[in-house]
Design a protein around this ligand. Sequence first.
Ligand code: SF4
Length: 459
Amino acid sequence: MLELTPKEIVNRKGLTINPAKTCQPIGAMYAALGINGCLPHSHGSQGCCSFHRMHLTKHFRDPIMATTSSFTEGASVFGGGSNLKTALKNIFSIYNPEIVAVHTTCLSETIGDDLNTLISESASVVPEGKLVIHTNTPSYVGSHVTGFSNMVASTIKYLAQGEGKGSNGKLNIIPGWVNPGDMTEIKLLLTKMGVPFTMLPDTSGVVDSPATNSFEMYPKGGTKIEDIKDSGNSKATIALGSFCSEAGAVELEKKCGVPASVLKMPLGIKATDEFMMQVAKLTGKAIPQEIEIERGQVADIMVDTHHQFHGKKVGIFGDPDLVIAMTEFVVSLGMVPKMMLTGTPGKAFEAQIESILTEAGLNPEDSLYQSAGDLFLFHQWMKNEPIDLMIGNTYGKYIARAEDTPLIRVGFPVLDRSVHSYLPIVGYKGAMRLIEKITDTLLDRQDRDAADEDLELTM
Ligand code: SF4
């Protein structure tokens, strides 16, 4: 076992230890679940599909449906064309989805299966009116974030139609990889403003469905196929998070001429303000008093609690769009973001973190931040400079325990807690929830460590 020595960071370009990301196909599968009547299909071996379904099922605590081309030795040598054709024939006759969204895996990519050709060669088994789309997700590059982004862009490439003249009067929203509770909150804000919209993907009503005592293979949620087709007639597209959503928005701009704007994930007061203002600008709609009150409440809460946050050192890890937005949020609370890491590659991560730190008047050289990093590196950083709080997914729990540092679980995956996927962290309501989580965690720690005579009833 590698021993950690404080101050000594080994250069390990060829070795990842405790990855801060997961497989590309998981992202493609999650994005596909956000299309109404869609069955995700994994073109590879059964093991990949089982792992991806299990990971999503554990995070959302809901059954995740997906099918597989079930590669064995034959398909691995001769190609998976006949497996895909047989799978599509069975899928449509047994499960009858409206659309099948195929993604590749390491194996099918390595043997070079050409999905465009294989899908057109399978046309005879696809019933009239049903659809098959695909995206490429080799897991030896990128991460689940790139898989999500690829599936959104491919869905638009396959399905979107229109001339970008805004004839349907709608806004397109690409929410990025967030939980259904976040998607619901974004939709609520738009509804309160009276803005018609299409959200793609939309996993609310799919992976957060209520208990009804009856199984629904295709829950009511998800973006309707006719809305995806019509997205080319919208006024504009807002992509929330450059890593997850920009590619889809750019694809729609290229294909149909719908203008794209890329914003941060609306996490915290500043990023939510930017989202609200952009919606107002694009639609001419005023921000209603109800939303202004919510914003005012968050500002009030920030004033009431700021003394808990001031100068506290934070480490944030996980998906790049979330880490970037969270860094901006903790800065606004008066905390010091000391280390930020994502497993997803992309130099834009470092550039955006640097710009947030500089804008806040902090010296970027006083913080550590890296894309395509792993949690072993994050742990080494913590060994060298202890922090007060970790913010990230379940993958950080062993580090939190080893260093006796509190961990707030956000992002994907959160495998060891429940309820999180139903409630938002975005928007003003999400900001309130995050502030509550952070203050509770810091105060619990303070109370735990306080001497008996210092323990107080108030904060
Ligand atoms: S083989 Fe590739 S796609 Fe399949 S589980 Fe492993 S990393 Fe993921």
